[in-house]
Design a protein around this ligand. Sequence first.
Ligand SMILES: C[S@@+](CC[C@H](N)C(=O)[O-])C[C@H]1O[C@@H](n2cnc3c(N)ncnc32)[C@H](O)[C@@H]1O
Length: 285
Amino acid sequence: MDSKEFGLVFAQQLTGMEDLHYGYWDDSVPAISVLYMKQAQQRYTEQLIDTLEQHGKPSMKVLDVGCGTGVVLQALSERGHQVDGVIPAPHLEKQVRERVQTQGYNSQVWGCTMEALPVVSLEGQYDAVLFSESFQYIPYRVALEHAWQLLKPGGVVLVCDFFKTEHTGDGQPGDRSFGGGHKYQEFLEWLGQSDWRCVQNDDITAHTSPNIRLLDELLTLRVAPAMTTLNTYLSGRHPWILAFVKWLFRKKLRKLKFKYLSGHRSQAVFERYKTYRRLVLIKPS
Ligand SMILES: C[S@@+](CC[C@H](N)C(=O)[O-])C[C@H]1O[C@@H](n2cnc3c(N)ncnc32)[C@H](O)[C@@H]1O
């Protein structure tokens, strides 16, 4: 398990959250508040389905790549689509399998990465391939070469995920406080030279970045003061043990402090270094 996968599984186990994607904040969500997080996440799922249905058929065979706990797989199935899932994290795979079994769906669940999917045996079987916040984890050439093989002619790929902007690496204070994402310009150049037909490319950064604001508030207003209290308590009770542990994990602690508690993980910083895109690609007939 790499550190990104660990972060996802850890957050899921800690919060019991079913949606592993950002919320989509638009006028249908009453306010930007943790109170409406669930609603914004449901809105995100809705916009995925609306986009797929707009470009696809009324009843599709869909492959949900990196399907998390299976929330989107379930929502798509409820709309009458037949949905298979790819899920490399065993803890999440278990939840997807339970969901599929409870709901009685005829879904195939692949417990592997997209890279390891046996695409040759699945050639031309799908109407749509969905990457909902999973695209950044997969080398994009492999992701789209495999999707090409899996799709029928005229089939659709929907990518909803963030990419790195041209500001990445500019050395400003917030630089590198957010990881993840392929380099957007480099990806676009590659896409332009490929045989994919890009029919939609929306910048939805402003609809997703409020998540970062909420998380930043949680970290700076709740987690940081709690950590200070814990530090004060432990320095009084076990000063030597605390000093030793801090020394042992000094590099990791420095990194975590910079990433989460330095105040650089703001909405503005996210909007500078990331561009969140909703991309629809068609495999020409
Ligand atoms: C942020 S979660 C998104 C989950 C889900 N698609 C959603 O929208 O709620 C990222 C997902 O990508 C999956 N993932 C990570 N690396 C992957 C890979 N190489 N191939 C396929 N899925 C991958 C993770 O296991 C996780 O389920």
